[in-house]
Design a protein around this ligand. Structure first.
Ligand SMILES: CC1=C(CCC(=O)O)c2cc3nc(cc4[nH]c(cc5[nH]c(cc1n2)c(C)c5CCC(=O)O)c(CCC(=O)O)c4C)C(CCC(=O)O)=C3C
Ligand SMILES: [Fe+2]
Length: 315
């Protein structure tokens, strides 16, 4: 059994009831200069779903699917909500785990999607506890691509039209963060484009596709990646659309609110036929990919200079 004696699924975390919502959001934006109005607005998105983010259920399902496949104990820890990574690592230490593979539930390069997970690992690591080895980016891995391609195919079938345009979406980030992603910059967007191209190719499609952004936050004067998915739907000349949330590995709040609620409403207003492809979730090819990542030679950690944290406004 490889070099790892456990797997740690390291994720974002999400609220599990109405009273969790604000404390969770405060954890997310601690020291990040997200305006209070945005926070309250996002709180409403969560309250619309009974204060429960789908992300925890998705992670529980993923972990159950991983257990029989990875052959070592699987642990779960989050950055922003219970079970916190800090507590999980103490449990791993008690259990005598020596060296754990860390699967961060985020596929691409960038501060929010990669560096911040290294920061989590540094923060939660304890003396005498397990060594935590973060697996590499996987957005271009054949397992991720196969899972997404399958889900796009299913969405195309549901749509039942031959004029569909694939509109890939990912979480917007500040332009400054996109510029400094990866060792040479621009890697978040570059990896997303390659991943989208691979999914398109796996489907045998040669039609053009789009990559657009969603879920922007931050103060309005700070530029974030554009166009926003809803603006894009208003402008597109496509006759029908499949939204493909390539930037997310499971159907969490950004997907069920920003796509299935907001973007859906725009499409309905426009009379634009639209389906949303499922995220990778617990697709068998995606689950197998995690095992394959664990069997690879131990990855070199990203250089400390890549994907630097954004400069924060003083608060
Ligand atoms: C690139 C990226 C991913 C994709 C990679 C990955 O999947 O990791 C991602 C995922 C997620 N983001 C999530 C939730 C939130 N993100 C926020 C804020 C922000 N995200 C950012 C970026 C990203 N975020 C950024 C640059 C900010 C601005 C503040 C900051 O610089 O940090 C805020 C604060 C409110 C708001 O501003 O919207 C919330 C609540 C959830 C959980 C959803 C659930 O509960 O189901 C998930 C999976
Ligand atoms: Fe986010």
């Amino acid at each position: 059994m490889g070099t790892y004696d456990a797997l740690l699924v390291l994720s974002f975390g999400g609220p599990e009831g109405p009273d969790d919502v604000l404390p969770f959001l405060e954890n997310v934006v601690r020291g990040r200069g997200v305006p209070r109005e945005r926070l309250l607005q996002v709180a409403e998105h969560y309250q619309g779903f009974g204060g429960v983010s789908p992300i925890n259920g998705q992670n529980r399902e993923l972990i159950e699917a991983l257990r029989p496949v990875v052959g070592v104990p699987v642990y779960w820890g989050n950055r922003n909500w219970h079970p916190f990574g800090e507590e999980t690592v103490l449990r791993m230490k008690d259990d005598g785990v020596r060296k754990a593979a860390v699967f961060a539930t985020s596929a691409f390069a960038g501060y929010s999607s990669c560096r911040q997970y290294y920061e989590d690992i540094a923060r939660i690591s304890v003396k005498g506890g397990p060594e935590l080895v973060k697996m590499r980016h996987f957005g271009e891995h054949p397992g991720f691509v196969a899972a997404m391609a399958d889900h796009v195919r299913q969405a195309l079938d549901r749509l039942g039209r031959d004029d569909a345009r694939l509109v890939f979406t990912a979480h917007s980030v500040p332009v400054s963060m996109a510029r400094t992603a990866g060792p040479y910059g621009g890697l978040y967007e570059a990896q997303l484009r390659r991943s989208a191209e691979l999914v398109n190719a796996a489907l045998g499609r040669t039609q053009p596709w789009d990559l657009v952004w969603q879920s922007r936050s931050g103060p309005p004067e700070v530029p974030w990646l554009e166009p926003d998915v809803c603006d894009h739907l208003r402008k597109t000349d496509a006759r029908s659309v499949v939204l493909v949330p390539i930037g997310f590995v499971s159907d969490h709040m950004e997907v069920v609110y920003d796509l299935d609620t907001e973007a859906r409403q725009v499409a309905t207003e426009l009379g634009l036929p639209m389906e949303r492809a499922a995220t990778a979730g617990v697709h068998p090819a995606f689950v197998r990919m995690v095992r394959e990542l664990m069997d690879e030679p131990e990855p070199q950690p990203c250089a400390l200079t890549c994907c630097p944290p954004p400069r924060r406004r003083q608060v």
